[in-house]
Design a protein around this ligand. Sequence first.
Ligand code: ZN
Length: 159
Amino acid sequence: METREAIAIIKDRINLVDLIGRNVKLRKSGGNEFVGLCPFHSERSPSFYVIPDKAFWTCFGCHESGDAFDWLQKHEGQTFTEALEELAGMAGVELPKRGERVDTGQDQRIERMRAILAETQAFFEAMLVSEDDAMCYLQGRGLKSGFIHKAGLGMAPPT
Ligand code: ZN
């Protein structure tokens, strides 16, 4: 099995509520969401959510978020490889030999960063396109709208 494949199976099998529940007291909050006090910032009313259906956790207070791999890295200070080994053990997934997967693990991280960047870029581009004044300004500076789109220019709103 390839590492990429193993990661997908692990994410699917790991019960995020059990994993995070080892360290954070979680209680059910509507639908299939769980809430608790965020371990990444100090708070009195809970804003830390675990959404097992999406294999995702997030905090509305300090905006830490991620999946099971991120949890072990951010909360327990593990490396990606350590997190992968622990989670594979929990999920009963056999991993490729160490030497064969180091690069794939790196690829995975790079891919995720690219995805985040692409999403961020799309957000700022959408902001620009929806702002007539900003588009007029750029066109006034001689930039054609085809170029603006091709270059992926964006705008950060004041907020
Ligand atoms: Zn937080």
